[in-house]
Design a protein around this ligand. Structure first.
Ligand SMILES: [Zn+2]
Length: 136
């Protein structure tokens, strides 16, 4: 299941973050979900709940913020919303646009009982691999 593998990757990243907070009680895990991921937020939440059941993360919940897809044209710099996987610049009709947002799942924060870990940059790309970059 697509969503299940996303959640597994996400939980790996969360556990990695929590190493710095031994014994912390997690309230919520916050993610940003791009529209082009073609992931149903309700299914993702369901998979999360099923995955954390019986683990130290049980009782926490997933907070999903969905973001629309946007792209920027390489030729003229116009930024525009993307509705489908195929996109064309509305200004100059170039097809060399670069996707800015919309195909990613990002771990944006973890809410603990007394504190909050944020500004995370664990990214989950379209091919279901979760990579960590720029973590401080
Ligand atoms: Zn353009």
């Amino acid at each position: 299941m697509h969503e299940m593998s996303l959640v597994e990757g996400l939980l790996q990243a969360v556990r990695g973050e929590l190493r710095a907070y031994p014994g912390a009680h997690v309230r919520a895990v916050q993610v940003r979900l791009g529209k082009l991921c073609q992931v149903e937020p309700a299914i993702l939440e369901f998979c999360y709940d099923a995955s954390v059941h019986g683990t130290p993360l049980a009782g926490s919940h997933l907070e999903i913020q969905t973001v629309a897809a946007t792209a920027r044209c390489d030729a003229c710099g116009t930024q525009f919303p993307v509705k489908e996987h195929w996109f064309e610049c509305p200004h100059c009709h170039s097809t060399g646009a670069r996707l800015l947002t919309g195909d990613e799942m990002l771990l944006t924060g973890i809410e603990l009982e007394n504190t909050r870990i944020d500004k995370l940059s664990a990214a989950c790309s379209r091919n279901d691999t979760l990579s960590l970059s720029g973590l401080t």
